[in-house]
Design a protein around this ligand. Structure first.
Ligand SMILES: NC(=O)c1ccc[n+]([C@@H]2O[C@H](COP(=O)([O-])OP(=O)(O)OC[C@H]3O[C@@H](n4cnc5c(N)ncnc54)[C@H](OP(=O)(O)O)[C@@H]3O)[C@@H](O)[C@H]2O)c1
Length: 265
């Protein structure tokens, strides 16, 4: 069914959109959809070659801005992003890294890495931009940012922190912020997820493969952003677990404990 456009909906044509995590998955799908709407794009991720190939494929104005958000110079990065087209209308914080390790065996360094990429990077970018422009912040959180999940202690912590920061921004300032909480989406997230050794998981989890198709997720994200929604949940079964977490906590704990990230393989 075609959704009727609301008169206050954002029209993405000509909007300058900075997407982090644009080389893959949700960020890449958003870049493709926004290029179709003739937004002007600034694309960030570590893999410069992948970004360049994507940029060449997109039929719109694109600038690539490769960076490692684990250890970026955020002042220089945001200045370069602002200079790319002279302003920024929307920032989509999609860069992120997953986790596959139980809390009991996870060293602090793994938590630091997850927090640097998933939490401190979006906060640093936002902090740099707030005094300079009134960009709409779109944050890709997670259902794990709304409840705990086995094997995701650091990931869940980083996404809870992200929600805490951006929800506070929503009540502090007149800056549009959309917090997106997806359940499982068909992307490479499980392949690059960090394990207790700090190495990549390197396995495409079966559950990840059964997730929401990435284009469907990206389409729903853009609908939420166009409508300037404060929160968008995009999930299948996970959202029932979330509601149980509030309304029937004993059942949430019973079900969530049965999930094993080992069994996910
Ligand atoms: N897929 C899911 O089931 C799911 C569910 C809920 C939330 N999410 C969230 O959605 C976002 C996008 O993930 P995805 O599912 O699309 O996974 P993905 O396909 O693995 O994409 C992750 C993106 O983040 C970038 N990235 C990772 N580390 C980076 C770093 N140090 N510096 C700069 N960029 C970095 C990657 O690019 P490079 O490797 O080129 O740097 C890639 O573009 C993440 O925040 C994730 O937590 C995903």
């Amino acid at each position: 069914m075609t959704r009727v456009m609301h008169k206050n909906d954002i029209n993405f044509t000509g909007k300058i959109v900075w997407i982090t995590g644009a080389s893959s998955g949700i960020g890449e799908a958003l870049a493709e959809l926004l290029a179709g709407k003739k937004a002007k794009l600034i694309l960030t991720a570590r893999r410069a070659d992948v970004l360049a190939t994507l940029a060449a494929r997109l039929d719109t104005a694109v600038k690539t801005l490769p960076a490692d958000l684990y250890e970026a110079d955020f002042k220089a990065l945001t200045t370069a992003a602002l200079n790319a087209f002279g302003n920024i209308d929307i920032v989509i914080h999609a860069a992120g890294v997953g986790q596959r390790s139980l809390a009991a065996v996870t060293p602090l360094q793994v938590y630091r890495q997850l927090m640097e990429i998933n939490f401190f990077a979006p906060v640093a970018i936002t902090g740099q931009l707030l005094p300079l422009c009134r960009a709409h912040m779109v944050v890709i959180g997670s259902m794990s940012g709304l409840m705990g999940f086995p094997g995701r202690s650091g990931y869940a912590a980083s996404k809870h922190a992200l929600k805490g920061y951006f929800e506070t921004l929503q009540v502090e300032q007149d800056v549009p912020v959309t917090i997106v909480s997806p359940g499982r989406v068909q992307t490479n997230l499980s392949l690059s997820a960090i394990t207790a050794s700090g190495e990549a998981h390197g396995v495409m989890d079966e559950a990840q493969l059964k997730g929401i198709p990435v284009m469907e997720c990206a389409t729903r994200i853009l609908k939420g952003v166009a409508r300037q929604k404060k929160h968008v949940i995009i999930a299948r079964k996970e959202q029932y677990l979330y509601w149980l977490h509030w309304w029937w906590p004993r059942l949430y704990y019973k079900i969530a404990k049965k999930y094993s990230f080992v069994r996910d393989k």
